[in-house]
Design a protein around this ligand. Sequence first.
Ligand code: CA
Length: 224
Amino acid sequence: MNKILIAEDEAPIANLIKTALEGAGYHCVRAADGEAAADLLETAPFDLALLDIMLPKADGYEVLEYCKSLEVPVIFLTAKGQLEDRVKGLRLGAEDYIVKPFELMELLARVETVLRRCGKTGRVLSLPPDIEIDTASHVVRKGGVPVALTAKEYDLLLLFMQNKNIALYRDRIYEKVWGEEFLGDSRTVDLHIQRMRKKLGLENRLVAVYKVGYRLEAEKMDNG
Ligand code: CA
């Protein structure tokens, strides 16, 4: 499990990020200021740091120096419009930046990309208790047994596995998986999702969200 440091002084933002990343299977630790972030970095190994630039005590650029010395990749969280911050951050060695306010889907995608690029990610994603995706071979297993999915069904499953507990809009799902603009016909998305979740027995976990689309529950919510 990848361990991620979140250095963000605004608690609501930090909590939102933490919840989303934990839903996607990451282990997260939050620091509310730059000094606390540097302390945490020195006491435990992290696979990635999300650094707000404007932090109390020591700013994101200072924390970046700690990260570089420890070879922890960094994604900066920057406020809207601060282009100079972004350029400076990348020039100093950050892997990427995200502009606030951001969509959680974008955050998760960037986190995953940086982890992969930096060789920090395993190639197997799992959905407890029994589903696994091997992203290198594109093989999906349920209870250890390979399940035959079409290419679109595989891409859909991967998208949901990367965005557990987040309600995904049909138009975004379509644009991500089909790579085309969504023109309002939701039947294609619905059909492929229904077939995929039936093959995997996910009818109770990959749930329709009224007026939105679908959400994959990381943990089974009911007891039945
Ligand atoms: Ca801040």
